[in-house]
Write a protein that binds this ligand. Structure first.
Ligand SMILES: Nc1nc(=O)c2c([nH]1)NC[C@@H]1CN(c3ccc(C(=O)N[C@@H](CCC(=O)O)C(=O)O)cc3)C=[N+]21
Length: 289
């Protein structure tokens, strides 16, 4: 038996079709959601991702506001664009594409962003709200994973989830999302300091592999029937994506999120959700005066 596929492309398409209706409703109320992006430098990978985000926006009727600076831009020049996007009423949410060039204090740039326009859900205020249980934008990849599991009927409530990794975008916020009352999972966070990773993995009903270590998760570590989500993006010598999950895992697991085609498209869909929800909150504030 090989695992069933957690199809990120199809699930993202369903989310986008729901968003298309919500964007149309907002426009009738006189609010057009707009996603801003700030790209600094000309890394082809980063440019490809940013262009993809604007293509996604066009599909659902969200306006695009694109800002670019050369890789030589100073901290002050970058911060000036952030201030402009904070004040620009056409921009209801935005991202500063990461990583920023060496020598730039990325945390200072991110803290300067208006939290009401945080499309990534990674602003310090958004992460603080997540800890406190206050409504706000959720980190795109962790919440995208929750939506991907729900869409396929994989039970999260009461599940033993092992998260491998503690990076800021996925590993660190993932347990915060999964332990909300609305998800109610039991989560173990593993990392490079974990003594016996295999022992933890073998107990897991759901594995989120976000360590960035090629083929870290082996078939013999996976409980039969478990759901395994591969979030690792390493590259081989030909530039092809190599995930954190060994291909043999598909013979043991009940569900696998392929990579590419699994979590990546969900991350992009959740970015759009955050932009639309920010615009919906702004529209509600407007009508309340
Ligand atoms: N402020 C900020 N926010 C981000 O969300 C952010 C960022 N900076 N910097 C870079 C990373 C990377 N990232 C991806 C999102 C989707 C795919 C994606 O959709 N991948 C496809 C195709 C991958 C391929 O074939 O290359 C897939 O998984 O199927 C990949 C990578 C968002 N990032």
């Amino acid at each position: 038996m090989t695992a069933q596929i957690l199809d990120g492309k199809a699930t993202a398409a369903a989310i986008k079709s729901d968003l298309t209706a919500r964007v149309a409703a907002l426009k009738e109320r006189g609010v057009t959601p707009g996603l801003g992006t700030l790209l600094v430098g000309d890394d082809p990978g980063s440019r490809w991702y940013v262009n993809g985000k604007h293509r996604d926006c066009a599909q659902v009727g969200i306006a695009s506001i694109q800002r670019e600076l050369p890789g030589t831009a100073s901290q002050e020049e970058i911060e000036a664009v952030v201030r402009e996007l904070n004040e620009n009423p056409e921009c209801t949410g935005y991202i500063v594409q990461l990583p920023l060039p060496k020598g730039i204090d990325a945390n200072r740039v991110l803290e300067l962003m208006d939290p009401a326009k945080d499309a990534d859900g990674l602003h310090p205020v958004s992460l603080g709200r997540l800890v406190l249980g206050i409504e706000g934008p959720l980190p795109c990849t962790p919440y995208g994973i929750v939506q991907l599991l729900r869409h396929h009927g994989v039970e999260i409530k009461g599940a033993n989830v092992v998260v491998v990794g503690r990076g800021i975008t996925i590993g660190r916020p993932m347990p915060l999302v999964l332990t909300r009352k609305s998800e109610n999972a039991t989560v173990t966070q593993c990392h490079t300091g974990t003594r016996d990773l295999s022992a933890h993995l073998r107990q897991a009903d759901i594995v989120v592999a976000a360590a960035g270590v090629p083929h870290l998760i082996k078939p013999e570590d996976v409980k039969p029937g478990a759901a395994v989500l591969d979030v690792g993006v390493s590259r081989d010598e030909h530039g092809k994506i190599v995930g954190d999950v060994h291909p043999g895992v598909a013979e043991v697991a009940g569900w696998v999120a392929p990579n590419p085609g699994g979590v990546g498209p969900m991350t992009r869909a959740q970015l759009l959700v955050n932009v639309v929800e920010a615009a919906e909150r702004a529209a509600a504030d407007l009508s309340e005066g």
